[in-house]
Design a protein around this ligand. Structure first.
Ligand SMILES: [Ca+2]
Ligand SMILES: [Ca+2]
Length: 455
């Protein structure tokens, strides 16, 4: 969401030296094999026919001027309308994703923003996580670039479906840039805003010029590493580290708040205007009349790697329930079900169109010593306007008081899946888990793919 930020850190960039222009590197490479000791756990090389969209099994398209019910202008003051038109976002047929900002005849800007379906990128306990992308920023500088704001970044998973818990859930800005300046910014957002240990809305950041050819004229590799053993976050450009934040700097409580949830999702976007580019334009609004339409953020690949550590224990629930509370409990495998119907969901199955009074029972779910404090459900809803209801967690009895719940209404359609978190009272030990559905209207209001718990 990247709210109003970085006014202080940003000023240093104006003093950055202008580097020598060097011939651009090759336009496309494939995802590099992991270094020794590392494993690639996810990636997109953006191979596909020219003019096609990036895969919706990997990416969610963020549309319009905000998340549904989220802060206006994506919390940053950016002015563009995000679309999923291939005019704004497409594969180029040469192995790259291109996100293009366009101004129409009336002066309105459009562009695109995507985020990974997966929202659980994190290192194993004691291990490392790396998020890496090979990217060329929009190839434009000077007055014609005023307002361009490309970004490659990650947000903590509890943000999805909530949208008001920033920055405690954590934000890693792996690569950000504004106004065609030859610099990459790396920033951590955390704790509370304004203020807090991350000094919001600026965050804890640093910037540097791109090595060799400018950030605009060539591809560079931007990488973020999270080391759970050393308790550090480190930012790199072309293998050179330029920023690091340690747990000691933010304190164990803030560190744990942003590292103990289910993990992070990755975003790519090209914003126009907003607080950050405005701040670097002498606090004058951007874009300006001279800002040139039609330039693209070009992404060769995004890849996620892990190394070392102890992987979390995951057990496959036996049919009918059971298993770990911290793995996905598939709705379609519930030991008992009332309401809804089993059907396809996201490549697997789910329970569709549940209404008031429905429930799912999972028998003998093991929370261990926990305690679990988070509940997540993967849900979708095509409910008509005004129709909503609760998804509730109850232990050991359908009539027990809920341990936690969230409300859900239309998510954008019965296939528009979202992971929605809720706080729950501390749970440990083994319990029968009932997911109950309560609404004031009789119409179906929610489909469920799976549920799980987190500490
Ligand atoms: Ca590629
Ligand atoms: Ca399922």
């Amino acid at each position: 969401m990247k709210p109003r930020r970085r006014v202080l850190a940003a000023t240093t960039a104006l003093l950055a030296a202008v580097p020598l222009a060097i011939a651009a590197m090759s336009a496309n490479a494939s995802i590099p094999p992991p270094a020794a000791g590392w494993t690639q756990v996810w990636g997109d090389d953006f191979n596909g026919p020219n003019g096609s969209l990036p895969s919706s099994s990997d990416w969610i398209f963020d549309l319009g001027h905000s998340y549904p019910g989220g802060p206006a202008n994506w919390g940053t003051g950016e002015i563009q309308n995000y679309t999923n038109s291939t005019q704004n976002i497409r594969l180029d047929g040469a192995g790259n994703l291109r996100i293009t900002a366009l101004k129409d005849g009336a002066g309105n800007w459009t562009s695109s923003r995507i985020e990974t379906q997966r929202a659980n990128f994190k290192p194993a306990a004691g291990g490392k996580l790396a998020i890496e992308g090979r990217i060329q920023m929009p190839n434009i500088t000077g007055e014609a670039a005023l307002g361009y704001w490309p970004a490659f970044w990650a947000l903590g998973s509890p943000f999805r479906g909530n949208y008001w818990n920033w920055p405690g859930i954590g934000e890693f800005d792996i690569m950000e840039n504004v106004n065609g300046i030859n610099s990459v910014w790396g920033v951590l957002h955390c704790d509370v805003a304004p203020g807090g240990v991350c000094g919001e809305f600026t965050g804890i950041g640093n910037s540097r010029t791109c090595p060799g050819a400018s950030c605009q004229s060539a591809f560079h590799t931007y990488r973020f590493e999270w080391d759970d053993a050393a308790k550090t976050f480190t930012w790199f450009v072309d293998g050179q580290s330029f920023h690091q934040v340690t747990r000691d700097r933010v304190g164990a409580g803030v560190w744990d708040q942003m590292t103990s949830h289910a993990g992070y999702f990755i975003l790519l976007n090209l914003a126009m205007g907003g607080a950050f580019p405005n701040a670097l334009n002498n606090n004058q609004p951007t874009p300006v009349a001279a800002t040139q339409s039609g330039h693209s953020l070009v992404v060769d690949y995004v890849a996620v790697y892990t190394a070392g550590g102890t992987p979390p224990t995951t057990t496959t629930p036996p049919p009918g329930g059971g298993g770990s509370a911290y793995s996905e409990l598939q709705a379609e495998n519930a030991a008992e079900r009332s309401g809804g119907s089993v059907g396809p969901a996201e490549g697997g199955s789910g329970v569709h169109q549940i209404a008031n009074g429905g429930y799912l029972k999972f028998s003998g779910v093991d929370f261990g010593s926990g305690p679990a404090r988070q509940f997540y459900a993967r849900v979708a809803s095509g409910a008509s306007g005004g129709v909503s209801g609760l998804v509730e967690v109850r232990l050991d009895s359908r009539s027990a008081a809920p341990a936690g719940s969230f409300a859900v209404g239309n998510t954008g359609g019965w296939d528009a899946w979202r992971t929605i978190p809720a706080n729950i009272s501390n749970i440990s030990g083994v319990h029968d888990v009932y997911i109950t559905f309560t609404s004031g209207q009789p119409a179906p209001y929610v489909s469920v793919n799976w549920v799980k718990f987190g500490t």
